[in-house]
Write a protein that binds this ligand. Structure first.
Ligand code: PLP
Length: 401
């Protein structure tokens, strides 16, 4: 018997693969690693100290998460976002990625609505959970934002409105680097409310809004918004695997037991030392506050300089508002690239890596049509510890040695 025909068409995540390819190419040539999106900043010392203190703890923790961590995360987000996070409705998981998947897995049947471009993992997760996927294509004109009109038009023509519609919205965006204004969120919220859309609001880069002005959709659409976040980006601790999710009061009664069911039957709990360390991060003492301000200063400066340079070279790139990505559009080079046999973003990234050692991720990885010459550039290929302590005028040299 061959098992092949029974295997799911799921592949290794592209963002992780590019790093492996860069590693092997680096044996023979210099590689500019703009492909992988990992925070360059060290975890704050006060947070790692607590991790070390608890290193010996090996007992299972509560499935929902350590109570003190849920309290700290809820208090932090109540104050930072003006949203009614409560510890009873917070779920802690091994990264926000698994928490997003838990929501998908909690439904037997749903339609998942994604924005193109958006993060690579949403679609495979939705498919793994057995849901159908729809995409709404955005454009450079709106700096890759979903508009209320687009969402309204999609909802109005749905064929099976009796099934839940789960929209995943991520801002500041990976790969766009842009976010939504208060007015844009309010307009979206009005449409979501009218069509009863369930939203997974992926706010993993919220703390890295470059001006510290992140706004959560949950403020304007509290009844239908699940918010995900965690330590991976703002606290530089991606490998620790710590995510948090807020479930709205209006849904928690039925949804929370299912989410706990998924959590208890899959990951069980997050490691105790990591949860203790996370509680300290969310207590957000003066040292952690200064660290986050430092991150924003560095990312804003380097991101803006990088976008400026690309725009000057004829590659249209929206100025970054948060996170650490740019989504340059090489359409202005289309003819020049065609002369070299490059017609798709995959070909563009392949050739950039092979010929110039520049690692970018093609737009196709984010759900963009193949012939759109867009790619994600992650501008965090530098030593974050050095950058945090450097004057602004030195940052350019640190980011592009
Ligand atoms: N959402 C987005 C948009 C991301 O870019 C990432 C990380 O790459 C994640 C979620 C996953 O983060 P975590 O490490 O919390 O699972």
């Amino acid at each position: 018997m061959s098992i092949d025909e029974f295997l799911r068409p799921i592949n290794h995540s592209e963002t992780l693969l590019i790093n492996e390819r860069s590693d092997s190419l680096e044996q023979t040539r210099r590689v500019f690693r703009f492909g992988f999106g990992q925070s360059p900043f060290p975890v704050p010392a006060s947070v790692t100290a607590v991790l070390a203190e608890h290193a010996g703890e090996k007992a299972y923790m509560p499935v929902q998460g350590w109570r003190q961590l849920r309290e700290a995360a809820a208090a932090f987000h109540r104050s930072a976002d003006g949203v009614d996070w409560q510890p009873e409705r917070v779920l802690v998981g091994p990264g926000s990625k698994l928490l997003i998947y838990a929501v998908m897995a909690a439904f037997t049947e749903a339609e998942v609505l994604l924005v193109s471009p958006s993060w690579v993992s949403y679609e495979p997760q939705a498919r793994l959970a057995g849901h159908s996927v729809h995409r709404l294509q955005t454009s450079a004109e709106t700096e890759w934002r979903l508009t209320a009109e687009q969402l309204d038009a999609f909802c109005a023509q749905r064929e099976q409105p009796q099934r839940p519609l789960i929209l995943v919205l991520n801002y500041p965006g990976n790969p766009s680097g842009t976010t939504y204004s208060e007015a844009q969120l309010k307009a979206l919220a009005e449409v979501m409310r009218r069509h009863q859309v369930l939203v997974i609001s992926d706010e993993i880069y919220g703390m890295l809004h470059h001006q510290g002005q992140h706004r959560s959709l949950a403020r304007y659409y509290p009844e239908g918004t699940l918010v995900t976040g965690g330590l991976s980006k703002w606290c530089g601790a991606g490998g620790w695997r710590l995510g948090v999710m807020h479930v709205p009061e209006a849904l928690a009664g039925n949804l929370m037991p299912r989410l706990l069911g998924v959590a208890s039957e899959t990951w069980s709990c997050v490691a105790s030392p990591v949860q203790h360390a996370a509680a300290v991060a969310y207590h957000f003492g003066p040292d952690v506050q200064a660290y986050v301000e430092g991150e924003r200063r560095v990312l804003s400066h380097i991101g803006n300089r990088a976008a400026e340079r690309l725009n000057n070279a004829g590659v249209a790139t929206a100025a970054p508002e948060g996170g650490f990505y740019l989504f340059p559009d090489f359409a202005g080079w289309r003819e020049l690239l065609a002369e070299r046999g490059i017609h798709t973003s995959d070909q563009l990234c392949e050739r950039l890596l092979e010929e110039a050692g520049v690692a970018l991720l093609p737009g196709t990885a984010f759900g963009m049509p193949a012939d759109e010459l867009v790619a994600r550039l992650s501008y965090v290929n530098f030593d974050g510890a050095v950058a945090l302590n450097a004057p602004l005028e030195d940052l350019e040299a640190i980011a592009a040695p």
